[in-house]
Design a protein around this ligand. Structure first.
Ligand SMILES: [Zn+2]
Length: 59
């Protein structure tokens, strides 16, 4: 299933801060690099991509 074109949201597991929001699917590595390897809100280290990924349908 192709999810390109759908808004994608990735939250920090610990504090629910939005780490990435956009309509392009990025690789986990890109998201971690863009966050400097940690959550910008709670500074929790991101060793892997957070589990919570929401893909919202386009209305
Ligand atoms: Zn956090």
């Amino acid at each position: 299933m192709c999810v390109l074109g759908m808004p994608l949201k990735i939250h920090c597991d610990a504090c629910r801060a939005v780490l990435y929001e956009g309509k392009y699917v990025k690789s986990p590595h890109e998201i971690i690099v863009s966050c400097e390897g940690k959550c910008p809100n709670c500074h929790r280290k991101l060793s892997h991509i957070p589990k919570t990924v929401e893909v919202m349908p386009v209305e």
